[in-house]
Write a protein that binds this ligand. Structure first.
Ligand code: SIN
Length: 277
């Protein structure tokens, strides 16, 4: 064995867990060609099981990138009028680029992508071909399943049935939608309960006082970032991170400027709004 854990009953893919609560590196797969039905079935199962999948040494084209996304859903557009990513020569794919000359690090705070939308994106696939060589530019990920599971039974009862307001205009400017989502949601595929509040967009828990809401959100945000269920993905050139936006927080770590970090990102549309658990 080479240290790779072959996940239980995966016949084709090799899955090496990245953290006990979240993430796996997937190998024995080539994303530059169409997948077989058997490969795709295992990939979908791994996505639901591990929440964020990492791939190494996949030198993908825009076509490969879009094909991977379309196995899982419809390619979507960013909900914000003002975003830090830029168009590429393919309308399905956004360019990610930051450097000393363009010092804008997109996603440099913990968040769920565009949870201010009534139906937030289902997932995103980020491919980076150019990585800073000063050791910076990792992406942080946190499991909202594990964060929910670790709450006390009494806190779970307290949160049950609450909703929260998610706003986006402080991030993406005027015209960005707002949404109300359950504080505890149930994942449509795994059936597991998860915390669906995040520091990027959640501003208020409804039906409790403002002071209670502020204190509860502060507590939940700190709890969600406990090191037991957070991890940092260390990029290499031509790595891919594919995260389930319905149960994962993430954060770009903007510690690498003026070096260049660059690649492309595709977003997959959500199908249903987060549902009350
Ligand atoms: C993001 O999608 O929020 C950015 C992630 C990253 O650049 O690492």
């Amino acid at each position: 064995m080479d240290g790779t854990t072959v996940g239980t009953d995966y016949q084709i893919l090799k899955l090496k867990p990245y953290n006990p609560s979240i993430g796996a590196v997937v190998s024995n797969i080539d994303l530059t060609r169409p997948l077989t039905d058997a490969e795709l079935a295992e990939l979908k199962r791994a996505f639901t099981e591990y929440q964020v999948l990492f791939f190494r040494d996949q030198q993908i084209s825009h076509e490969d990138h879009a094909r991977l996304a379309e196995y899982f859903g419809t390619i979507g557009q960013h909900v914000g009028k003002k975003t830090n990513s830029q168009p590429s020569d393919d309308p399905r794919v956004r360019k990610f680029y930051a450097s000393g000359e363009v010092p804008r690090v997109s996603g440099n705070l913990w968040h769920t992508d565009q949870s201010c939308a009534p139906v937030p994106p289902m997932a995103s696939i980020l491919y980076l071909h150019t990585i800073p060589d000063n050791g910076g530019g990792d992406t942080g990920y946190a499991s909202m399943y594990a964060a929910y599971d670790a709450l006390s039974d009494r806190m779970k009862v307290h949160l049950d049935g609450l909703t929260a307001v998610h706003e986006g205009k402080h991030v993406f400017g005027d015209g960005t939608p707002d949404a109300v989502h359950p504080v505890v949601a149930r994942h449509p595929e795994s059936g597991r309960k998860l915390l669906f509040v995040n520091p990027g967009f959640t501003v208020r828990i409804n039906d409790i006082s403002l002071e209670e809401s502020d204190a509860l959100l502060k507590y939940l945000f700190e709890h969600c970032l406990r090191p037991e269920w957070t991890t940092r993905f260390i990029w290499e050139p031509h790595s891919i991170a594919f995260w389930d936006n319905r149960c994962v927080w993430h954060r770009a770590i903007g510690d690498y400027l003026p070096q260049v970090r660059s690649g492309f990102r595709v977003q997959i549309e959500g199908v249903t709004p987060p549902v009350m658990a």
